[in-house]
Design a protein around this ligand. Structure first.
Ligand SMILES: [Zn+2]
Length: 283
C-alpha cells in the first residue's frame, strides 16, 4: 500500500508503509502507475496512520502473548518474523515494541531478541503514574479529586493496619515516630520521617498493591507540590497525631485508627490553608 502527499498537481510524496521510506514522484509518472491503491494524505494524516499502525501491532502482539501463553523470560519472535506475521514494516514493529517496553510487558536488550518481562506491580503503577501526573498537572479539579482519594485511602490503610498489625509492626512504627520527634529542628528530615510513617502504615496489610499505590499517590502529591511544606509550629501536633494513630493501630481498633488519621489529615490541611489560602496542603 502506498500513500502520497500531494505537493502540487503533478508531483507528490510517496510513503511506503513497510519500509517507512518517502520519495518524491510525479503523479502521472508511469513508474508509479502499477500502484493503483494510492491514497492522498496530508503530513498530519501520515503521522496518524503511522501511529495507528504501531498501535494496532502493539494490540496484536499483546493478543499473541496472551493466546500463546508466553511466560516471563520467553523470547518473542524476531523483528523480521513479526514484520512478516503482521504484514507491516520495521518502524511499526519497533514503535510497538518500545511502547510495550514502557508498559513493562517486554524487555529489550541491544543485540538480543525482546523477552517477556517479569510482571511487576511497581512497574505497572509507574506506567499508570505517567498518565496520572499528566491528569493532575492539567487540572486543579483532578488534584482535588486526588486529595480526596488520598484521605479515603489513608483512613482505609489505618483501619487495615489496626486489623493486621503485629508486634514487630508496632515496634517499627514506634521507632519511626521516635526518630521523627528527634529531628524536629531538621525540616527535610522531619518531612522524610513523616512520609516514612504514612508509607509504613500502608505496608502493614502485607498487600503489595496497597504499598505500591501509597508510594505512587504520595509521589503524585509531591510532584504537585503538596506535602512538601511543613510550617513552623506544626511539628508537635504532627507528632501527637502520629502517636494517636499508632495507639489506635496498636489497640487493634480500626474505627479509631481511621478517625485519628482523619483528624491528622484534616488538621494539617486546615493549618496549611490558614497560612496559604491559595495553595495546597501538607501533613
Ligand atoms: Zn503525618
Amino acid at each position: 500500500m502506498y500513500f502520497c502527499n500531494a505537493f502540487n498537481q503533478d508531483s507528490c510524496k510517496f510513503w511506503d508503509v513497510k519500509s517507512d521510506l518517502c520519495t518524491v514522484g510525479v503523479l502521472r509518472n508511469p513508474v508509479w502507475e502499477p500502484y493503483t491503491d494510492w491514497i492522498v494524505v496530508s503530513e498530519t494524516d501520515q503521522k496518524k496512520r503511522r501511529t495507528n499502525i504501531a498501535y494496532s501491532v502493539r494490540k496484536k502482539i499483546l493478543a499473541m502473548l496472551e493466546e500463546d501463553q508466553f511466560g516471563p523470560g520467553v523470547a518473542l519472535p524476531s523483528e523480521r518474523e513479526l514484520m512478516a506475521k503482521f504484514d507491516v514494516g520495521r518502524p511499526a514493529v519497533r514503535e510497538a515494541m518500545q511502547s510495550l517496553q514502557v508498559m513493562g510487558v517486554v524487555e529489550i536488550r541491544h543485540g538480543e531478541r525482546a523477552k517477556v518481562a517479569e510482571p511487576s506491580i511497581d512497574r505497572t503503577i509507574e506506567h499508570f503514574s505517567c498518565t496520572m501526573r499528566h491528569l493532575i498537572a492539567a487540572s486543579s479539579v483532578n488534584l482535588e479529586h486526588l486529595k480526596t482519594a488520598r484521605f479515603a485511602f489513608e483512613k482505609a490503610m489505618a483501619s487495615e493496619a489496626a486489623r493486621m498489625r503485629t508486634t514487630a509492626d508496632i515496634e517499627r512504627m514506634t521507632r519511626l515516630v521516635d526518630a521523627q520527634e528527634a529531628c524536629k529542628c531538621d525540616h527535610a528530615l522531619f518531612l522524610a520521617h513523616d512520609r516514612d510513617f504514612h508509607r509504613a502504615i500502608a505496608t502493614i496489610s502485607g498487600n503489595p498493591i496497597y504499598a505500591a499505590l501509597a508510594e505512587a499517590m504520595f509521589g503524585w502529591l509531591r510532584d504537585a507540590q503538596i506535602n512538601v511544606i511543613l510550617l513552623p509550629g506544626s511539628e508537635d501536633p504532627t507528632i501527637d497525631e502520629h502517636r494517636a494513630v499508632l495507639a489506635a493501630i496498636e489497640a487493634g481498633d480500626p474505627k479509631q485508627a481511621a478517625k485519628a488519621m482523619d483528624h491528622h489529615l484534616t488538621r494539617a490541611n486546615s493549618f496549611y490553608h490558614r497560612a496559604h489560602p491559595t495553595m495546597g496542603d501538607d501533613i
